[in-house]
Write a protein that binds this ligand. Sequence first.
Ligand code: GTP
Length: 432
Amino acid sequence: MAEKPICMSTQVPDDEDTQKEDNIRGLTMLGHFGFDCLPHQLVNKSVQQGFFFNILCVGETGIGKSTLIDTLFNTNLKDKKSSHFYSNVGLKIQTHELQESNVQLKLTVVKTVGYGDQINKESSYHPIVDYIDAQFESYLQEEWKIKRSFADYHDSRVHVCLYFISPTGHSLKPLDLLTMKNIDTKVNIIPLIAKADTISKSDLQKFKCKIMSELVSNGIQIYQFPTDDEADANVNYSMNGLLPFAIVGSTDEVKVGKRMVRGRQYPWGVLQVENENHCDFVKLRDMLLYTNMEDLKEQTHTQHYERYRCCKLQKMGFVDVGPDNQPVSFQEIYEAKRQEFFDQCQREEEELKQKFMQRVKEKETAFKESEKELQDKFEHLKRVQQEETMKLEEERRQLEEEIIDFYKMKAASETLHTLVCTNIKKDKDRKK
Ligand SMILES: Nc1nc2c(ncn2[C@@H]2O[C@H](COP(=O)(O)OP(=O)(O)OP(=O)(O)O)[C@@H](O)[C@H]2O)c(=O)[nH]1
């Protein structure tokens, strides 16, 4: 717990003067003003507010991510084992409230799920990149708000990526290089050789050198422990030379002599996690939590977030200097963008109008053409129908004439018939 500072008063009233002159106090300067207590104020405030830290663990399924986190924070965060049969890489996000002495830590652990289990691994890094960017975006949106509430805001930007390398003793896998290459400008990467107890000491040294040379030759930036602070410079300098850390995780307590230690029991002996001759776990824990947690957070804000913010603003067309290399204010750019947008809208509106007029014209011409076609068709049909009518009229007239002729002939034949019958009757009567 931080000690409560004892601040001395800087202004001491002179008793004699006070007695002599009723309302005037005499003050003696002691050369001590009290602002040397400012760091204590900060410590107290920070302890009251609590701390937060966000870790991203990237590594193949079952490589020891959960075990390492449990070992680092001496907890059992209870995590189910993942399946090897996911078709895509996913992320598991868990937030835990931890306490050590009177210090509260809000720890967010993001772990990959199904990493390295797909046949095609080309897009395995996408969910990781998307997650990191999404946290930056969320912070940026909060920054841009008019009413910001950073006091309640959960800053989920990733402070460190623990990259778990398989203990093949050989070299990095293409997936390792691909992923690290795509996230090294977005997050502080600390490479770890996982399950380092499965690799012999001499092989381990060679493996470390091989990994570092591969990272360098592929231009991958990993987190460098800061060497500019005099107090930590030496330690950090030697730690940079130890990368990647060879890690063994275990939450099991094993008896060594009379002591119980955290380690892994093997038929040939015990591997002690906190023994620096056995693995680099203690170094990692010290570097991560004891010495450099604040630096990791600072790097996240000043390097990685700043880069994201800068790219975002540039994509939106904002710049710090104009074409003439003169500084341009945000207001000027905003006005210029607004004008540009307004002009573009007008141009597009004009274009749309032109297109609309053109289409109306085309449609009108098409309508006129089809109207003419219909009119011609109508005229033609009318003519055909008139001809047809006339023809029918003619036929009707001819038929009527034929009917009249027929009736005439019928009447004549009836008259003739009657005459013949009469004559026949007369002849018969005469013969009688
Ligand atoms: N030999 C050895 N085994 C380890 C080490 N760390 C973890 N293990 C074992 O590896 C197995 C998987 O460990 P986990 O911590 O669950 O691995 P993980 O990466 O979190 O697994 P998923 O979340 O399921 O992907 C467990 O049986 C652990 O005991 C280690 O450093 N060395």
